[in-house]
Design a binder for this molecule. Structure first.
Ligand SMILES: Cc1cc2nc3c(=O)[nH]c(=O)nc-3n(C[C@H](O)[C@H](O)[C@H](O)COP(=O)(O)OP(=O)(O)OC[C@H]3O[C@@H](n4cnc5c(N)ncnc54)[C@H](O)[C@@H]3O)c2cc1C
Length: 385
């Protein structure tokens, strides 16, 4: 990928930050299921929490390429941190920036950019996952506010967040055309958090439930139009997929880099395992998939930076599908190369394997990505006609 001088500097800065600040804590926050507030504050100081947001709102500027640089660089050292960051910066802030009014952006974004508040996004419900527009959380207008009732689940940053972009049904039965996006803040009456989930991976990234019991949300906190939540959601889907692809790439790179180091050190039968052709083949295949995922990611990110996210549904779904599956495959290969040690917490590859699993599930499952890709093929070539 050709980066501008500023992007190159950003990439190097993130790599150094990840190596020096995130890597030493990654195993501990995974073991203790702890959100690393101390590194979050350092990220705020470096402007990493305001990437993609204009300086007028407290951000550090940049766009989708810069966001992908961060997603890849943070995930290389700590996928949990990358996931909290992605939810805050992309799912919450970027949506406010794209769809909010001038007043909303000036009121909401500076605290988020500065790390004084943590953001998240809530669409999934216990009964509405892939079919998210079947959501039943209801918002009813009452004077100059809306009253929300219902619950969201699996929300990244849910247990620790201060402010959430929440989708609720304002016209039941109308699915995507009857959903509205709201900003719900933690101290709003009627808002509470439920369970925090114990998870296989992403354990330093808190995931939990949000509960709305007659939760009063001022009408000034509606993002976009009433019943226009579907459009707000769609506006961010293509870039969200690229950012998850970038995080997957960071993880897939960690698997390869750690495997190379280990294969050069570990000796069996009087020689380094790196000298066995079957290990060399595994490393070569990991590198090939990584290069292919890189090519897909950076070409899509560059194209999106130039002509916007619209019209890239097939390409971004394909990139997310391929990069996330590469993360899982590289993590499997890495644990194989590490042998028995790969199955223990002596080395990070065991964590990489656990962290990789969600990449093919979150932000749309692999099956849903295939569905999107096929729908686009159908539009282009009339496959099912
Ligand atoms: C750690 C974690 C963090 C998350 N963070 C957030 C967050 O911050 N905000 C948020 O709103 N959500 C979040 N989610 C939810 C996530 O987006 C959903 O888990 C995901 O969209 C899948 O929904 P589901 O789990 O209900 O699975 P389901 O939709 O029930 O899917 C179950 C299986 O059926 C398959 N399937 C479903 N529909 C189809 C179809 N049409 N064709 C073929 N196969 C299909 C799926 O691919 C999958 O294999 C998070 C989830 C996790 C685990």
């Amino acid at each position: 990928m050709w980066f501008s001088e500023e992007q190159e500097l950003l990439s190097r800065m993130v790599d150094r930050f990840g190596r020096e600040q995130l890597a030493p804590l990654a195993a501990e926050i995974d073991r203790d299921e702890r959100f690393p507030r101390e590194t979050w504050d350092k990220m705020a100081e470096l402007g990493l929490l305001g990437v993609g947001i204009p300086e007028a709102y407290g951000g550090s500027g940049g766009g989708v390429v810069e966001e992908c640089i961060l997603g890849e660089g943070l995930a290389r050292y700590c996928v949990s941190t990358a996931s909290c960051w992605g939810s805050h910066v992309d799912l919450c802030m970027a949506n406010i920036n794209r769809n909010g009014t001038e007043e909303q952006k000036r009121r909401l974004l500076p605290d988020l950019c500065a790390g004084r508040k943590i953001g998240g996004m809530a669409m999934t419900e216990p009964g509405a996952g892939s079919d998210v527009m079947s959501m039943t959380t209801r918002a009813v207008r009452d004077g100059d506010s809306f009253v929300l009732n219902g619950g969201k689940t699996f929300i990244t940053n849910g247990p620790i967040g201060d402010l959430f972009l929440v989708y609720a049904s304002t016209t039941p039965g109308a699915k995507g055309r009857g959903v509205t996006a709201f900003i719900v803040e933690r101290d709003f009456p009627g808002f509470s958090t439920g369970r925090k989930f114990e998870k296989l991976g992403w354990r330093g990234s808190p995931t939990g439930e949000l509960i709305f019991e007659n939760c009063r949300v001022p009408a000034e906190n509606v993002i976009g139009d009433i019943n226009g939540g579907g459009r707000v959601l769609l506006s961010g889907l293509n870039s969200e997929r690229l950012i998850v692809a970038a995080e997957s790439l960071g993880l897939a790179r960690a698997c390869l880099e750690d495997s190379v180091v280990y294969a050069k050190q570990r000796e069996q039968f009087g020689q380094r395992i790196a000298d066995f052709q079957m290990i060399q083949e595994k490393l070569a295949r990991m590198a090939v998939k990584l290069e292919a995922a890189k090519a897909m990611l950076w070409s899509q990110a560059s194209e999106m930076a130039i002509r916007g996210p619209a019209g890239l549904a097939l390409e971004t779904a394909a990139t997310k599908l391929f990069a996330s599956e590469t993360a899982v495959e590289n993590a499997l290969a890495a644990t194989q190369i590490f042998g028995g040690y790969g199955y223990t917490r002596e080395f990070p590859v065991e964590r990489y394997l656990r962290d990789s699993r969600i990449m093919t599930i979150g932000a749309g499952t692999s099956e849903v990505m295939c569905h999107i890709i096929f729908r686009q093929l159908d539009k282009r070539f009339g496959v099912s006609a």
